[in-house]
Design a binder for this molecule. Structure first.
Ligand code: CA
Length: 223
């Protein structure tokens, strides 16, 4: 899943980027409101983390404008302010949640997971048939047996399972699993899918990731 951080304090922004990448998120960073807004409107993010006090456009304004175009993307505010009025205002312009600085990374991560929960309400374990993905420990299990995946393989599988039963185009996969530095050759996805299938289907297990010719892939139990 792909996250945009809009935060002008580079120390905090980089700390967050590193921490979230360790949790297998694809992460982009904007250091001011203007580029943050532009990136938020141009790219497909699964969640935005927006600081309140920013050079250029304020965090409040970023949220307000993003909301007009993208009513559903979850937004969490980072704020050093903690008066009730400020927080109420932040939520009123369209943020889904907020966290006060200074904060514990673990708490922020938990709040991110809540915002990204699936329709079934799962926040830390995703399933598809006999396949289980634990988002906290980054372990994958097939029929109870652990399958060792690289961070990118895990992230790709997470995206497919979050969208199980729906066709994921190559473009959408790239937009949600890779960050802005991706160099645009989408055939890399096929390489990752092949590696994933090899690992997941070892011992001739049923294939769960199906090719939709010319379009992309779908995670589904039947064939
Ligand atoms: Ca700031």
């Amino acid at each position: 899943m792909r996250i945009l951080i809009v935060e002008d304090e580079k120390g905090i922004a980089n700390f967050l980027k590193e921490g979230l990448e360790e949790e297998y998120f694809a992460v982009d960073v904007a250091y001011d409101g203007t580029s943050g807004l532009e990136m938020a409107l141009t790219n497909e993010y699964d969640l935005l983390l927006v600081d309140w006090m920013l050079p250029g456009i304020s965090g409040i304004e970023v949220v307000r404008q993003v909301r007009k175009e993208k009513p559903r993307v979850p937004i969490i505010f980072l704020t050093a302010r903690d008066t009730v009025q400020d927080i109420v205002f932040g939520l009123e312009v369209g943020a889904n949640d907020y966290i006060r600085k200074p904060f514990e990374f673990e708490e922020l991560l938990a709040r991110i997971r809540v915002q990204l929960r699936t329709k079934e309400g799962e926040t830390s374990v995703l399933t598809l048939g006999d396949l289980e993905l634990n988002l906290n420990t980054h372990q994958a299990f097939r029929n109870g047996e652990e399958v060792n995946l690289t961070p990118r393989e895990f992230a790709l599988l997470e995206f497919l399972i979050r969208n199980k039963g729906k066709v994921c185009t190559r473009t959408r996969i790239i937009e949600h699993v890779w960050d802005i530095h991706f160099d645009s050759d989408t055939s890399i996805i096929d390489v990752y899918i092949n590696a994933l299938r090899k690992k997941l289907n070892a011992g001739e297990k049923k294939n769960l990731i199906h090719t939709v010719r010319g379009i992309g892939y779908i995670a589904r139990e039947d064939s």
